[in-house]
Design a protein around this ligand. Structure first.
Ligand code: DC
Length: 225
């Protein structure tokens, strides 16, 4: 018997589509959703606002432990009531998040935050180390990838739609640089967890990806769907 509510983890690099996938699967199952990247992004944002250096691990961990962050029903990130959802999605915030995420002190400080999300009826957790480090006991682990070019293209379209001024070549370079940092960092590097359902979404539609994950859900929890 499992002693915890069911957990489905989705890990993968930036722009692989895991955020969209996690949202759709959580909606379909009626489970809670954890966007762990948002936590790292908010730590980076607070550090920037307070002028804390990305090389000050103890201060950054303190920020991570104490941040007055909550999410509303629509998944908006509220920092002491202020909606910072748009601000944390910028490329600058993403790069800063990747830097603070390389610090073990910050990762440790965010562990309790993340594990607190495990509540009935279940949790879909989106990140880089959800299946490997944060929720090693998860019943279902998904590892979603896509080529760097495809991911840069997707991000480019999203940002242009939001009216932001971006350049595709810069975006591709940023994605490669962030991938490299996330994959080679000493703590919790981005790796496919053992027994993960590995999907390459480069030439798959989001509907096809959702379908494959739901198949795995149906195999694991035959009574759920
Ligand atoms: O998923 P995202 O793009 O919002 O993540 C932002 C950064 O945070 C990314 O560069 C890697 C880091 N991150 C992490 O190290 N571990 C997680 N579980 C989630 C995100």
């Amino acid at each position: 018997m499992n002693s915890h509510p069911p957990i489905l983890t989705i890990d993968g690099p930036s722009g692989s589509g895991k955020g969209t996938l996690a949202k759709l699967i959580a909606e379909r199952l009626g489970w809670n959703l954890l966007d762990s990247g948002a936590l790292y992004r908010v730590v980076g944002l607070i550090a920037k606002r307070q002028g804390v250096s990305e090389h000050a691990p103890a201060q950054l961990a303190e920020i991570a432990r104490r941040m007055p962050l909550s999410f509303d029903a629509e998944g908006r990130a509220l920092l002491d009531g202020e909606d910072v959802s748009l601000e944390i999605r910028s490329e600058t915030a993403g790069n800063l998040a990747s830097k603070v995420a390389a610090l073990p002190e910050v990762r440790r400080a965010l562990l309790d935050w993340q594990r607190d999300y495990v509540r009935p009826p279940g949790l879909v957790a989106d990140g880089r180390d959800m299946g490997s480090v944060v929720f090693p006991d998860a019943e279902i682990k998904v590892f979603l990838t896509a080529s760097a070019e495809e991911r840069a293209n997707r991000r480019y379209k999203q940002l242009i739609e939001k009216g932001l001024d971006v350049n595709l070549a810069d975006l591709t370079a940023d994605i490669r640089e962030r991938d490299e940092r996330d994959r080679t960092r000493k703590v919790a590097p981005l790796v496919a967890p053992a027994a993960a359902l590995e999907l390459d979404s480069t030439s798959m539609s989001i509907e096809q990806v959702v379908e494959q994950v739901l198949e795995r859900v149906a195999e694991t929890f035959p009574d759920l769907l």
